[in-house]
Design a protein around this ligand. Structure first.
Ligand code: ZN
Length: 119
């Protein structure tokens, strides 16, 4: 049975909306470490720097995830959703259910992982 892209589209759109809010909030948090002296005053400089590094990681993670979700939504638009981006075989429904933004089938993902390890 071919999965219905619209079902995943709704999930992806909801995730994208949530991500955009998270990104805006993490931007606020990152800025306040630098600017809010009253808050920084209670922390050591190391703590503040550590917090900033963590906020940066979080923002980067959100940013990457946002690109993945946006790419998946673009594939729904293009009508290529639900197929592996490498071998073009249909993706497992199980795989799509666990992550609708998944790009490769299990075989291709594994092959890529192994290729990376050998390099
Ligand atoms: Zn594949």
């Amino acid at each position: 049975m071919t999965p219905d892209p619209r079902t995943y589209g709704e999930r992806l759109q909801a995730e994208l909306d949530a991500l955009i809010i998270d990104i805006a909030e993490s931007n606020d948090a990152g800025g306040s470490v630098e600017l809010d002296q009253t808050r920084v005053g209670r922390l050591s400089r190391m703590d503040a720097m550590q917090q900033q590094a963590m906020a940066k990681n979080t923002r980067e993670r959100y940013g990457i995830r946002r690109l993945q979700v946006e790419a998946a939504l673009a594939r729904i638009e293009a009508g290529t959703f639900g197929r592996c981006c490498l071998c073009r075989n249909p993706l497992d429904t199980e795989r799509l259910d666990s992550d609708p933004a998944v790009v490769f089938c299990a075989d291709c993902a594994e092959a890529r992982e192994q290729g990376r390890g050998q390099r």
